[in-house]
Design a protein around this ligand. Structure first.
Ligand code: VGL
Ligand code: ZN
Length: 202
């Protein structure tokens, strides 16, 4: 058992990010046995869930003439446009059936505001709207985080960098993550995480 001040943060292990899903990450489901084995070891266990309304601003389908994996300018900056994914209440937004969600203490949903995307488990993409996770972890006395899940180069990456800037000791366990790798985004994410003081393990 890990010390009481350590949390496991399981990022977006949802059907749409697994093979067959709307924004499938290659091998996304392969990490589930490892995550299931880790969950009981941690005193604090957080699951995150990407949770978008129909017509979300990060969906290419919302922007006339736009294709998935292009970009658009939103008030908070450049936003990658995605295929419709993780729509609230759909099967694609549900956790993968093999993930032991019963072992989770809390589920943090993000990306539910129509006008802002949220890659990070801590702040939405405007970098100022909080999800509430920092407050939850602070109240439970957590100082050290291990991040696993999907996708390494988007939601895991943004969560890790935000966590480091909030003062947590952060490890990303790469063997329990999988990447989208859009135009070299995995290499960029790795460099940025290391520069932010995130420990890349495995
Ligand atoms: C994610 C793209 C869009 C992720 C979520 O979980 O990494 N990526 N929404
Ligand atoms: Zn999303």
């Amino acid at each position: 058992m890990r010390p009481a001040d350590e949390a496991l943060i399981v990022i977006d292990v949802q059907n749409d990010f697994c093979p067959g899903g709307a924004l499938a990450v290659e091998g996304g489901d392969q990490i589930i046995p490892q995550i299931n084995a880790m969950l009981p070891e941690f005193a604090v266990r957080v699951l995150t869930q990407d949770w978008h309304p129909v017509g979300h601003s990060s969906f290419a389908s919302t922007h006339a003439g736009s294709a998935p994996f292009g970009t658009t300018e939103l008030p908070y900056g450049t936003q990658v446009l995605w295929p419709d994914h993780c729509v609230q209440g759909t099967g694609g937004a549900a956790f993968h059936a093999d993930l032991h969600t019963d072992l989770g203490d809390v589920v943090i949903r993000k990306g539910f505001r129509p006008e802002i995307d949220s890659y990070s488990a801590f702040f939405e993409n405007d970098h100022e709207t909080p999800t509430g996770l920092d407050g939850y972890l602070a109240e439970r006395g957590v100082k050290k985080l291990t991040l696993v899940g999907l996708a390494t180069d988007f939601c895991v990456y943004y969560s890790a960098v935000d966590a480091a800037s909030l003062g947590y000791d952060v490890t990303v366990l790469q063997s329990a993550c999988r990447a989208i790798d859009l135009d070299g985004s995995l290499a960029t994410a790795r460099e940025a995480m290391q520069a932010a003081g995130v420990r890349l393990e495995g």
